[in-house]
Design a protein around this ligand. Structure first.
Ligand SMILES: *Cc1c(COP(=O)(O)O)cnc(C)c1O
Length: 231
């Protein structure tokens, strides 16, 4: 029996309307906001349903889970890697990735560049920023960001397209505002070979505020697929 995915139709509709409203309220009409569907723990059948509804970007956190599901996915969406990436696993996912969003060290970037060269591609990446300075989180410290970007700018097989962050959970928007400042500040420096086109920020709980603070790529899991079930 086919699964009943009516709840996905409803969730998708709500998320898209909410994004559209935030866009109208806080952004100029020309600035598009892309909605990524974050697929962790979600069966491929449900992922395919939202692809059918119009989702054009999938966010993958875990190498093993992605590899076990990818052959079942409908073709079409761009795949982004958004989880912590170990250097020894870069090779397994790199050929499929339109964007690796979670780069936070020259060491990881170097490994990505090495495999990109072998695959005959220039790999687009984002640099992940630990805007809240949390011990438990990945991401480069804001104070180290410019230095890291200067190093990445020298690497011929990677191309930095912007920044990504997972801010601390708070009841206010101070980290979102801080991240917007960092993004604008780096944009103004116009570092050679570094583009600041994408600010990936905002999850189910804070995507409206993130759009308000300049995000143009929101990463939505729970609000689309419902609560995650870890097996
Ligand atoms: C899980 C995850 C998301 C989505 O989180 P929700 O709160 O379920 O929308 C977004 N970004 C990253 C990096 C994640 O790991």
């Amino acid at each position: 029996m086919a699964a009943d995915f009516a709840y996905l139709d409803e969730n998708y509709h709500v998320v898209m309307e909410t994004i559209k409203e935030a866009q109208a309220k806080y952004r100029s009409p020309k600035e598009a906001v892309t909605c990524m569907a974050v697929t962790k723990t979600v069966p491929a059948t449900a992922v395919n349903h939202v692809i059918g509804l119009g989702i054009s970007v999938l966010g993958e956190n875990r190498v093993q889970e992605y590899l076990s599901k990818k052959d079942e996915y409908l073709p079409g969406p761009a795949i982004h890697f958004i989880g912590h990436l170990q250097t020894n696993k870069v090779k397994q996912i790199l050929p499929d990735m339109a964007l690796i969003e979670s780069v936070d060290s020259a060491h990881l970037a170097h490994e990505i560049g090495k495999h990109a060269e072998r695959c005959g591609k220039v790999q687009d990446i984002l640099v992940e920023v630990n805007v809240g300075g949390e011990e438990s989180k990945s991401g480069v410290a804001p104070s180290e960001l410019e230095n890291l970007l200067q190093t990445l700018a020298q690497m011929p097989y990677i191309h930095v397209r912007g920044l990504m962050t997972v801010p601390p959970i708070t009841t206010n928007d101070k980290f979102l505002a801080r991240m917007q400042e960092i993004f604008l500040d780096i944009s103004e420096k116009r570092i050679d070979n570094i583009d600041m086109q994408i600010l990936s920020m905002g999850m189910s709980g804070d995507y409206v505020l993130a759009i308000r603070h300049g995000s143009n790529l929101v990463r939505i899991g729970t609000a689309l697929f419902g609560p995650r079930h870890y097996g």
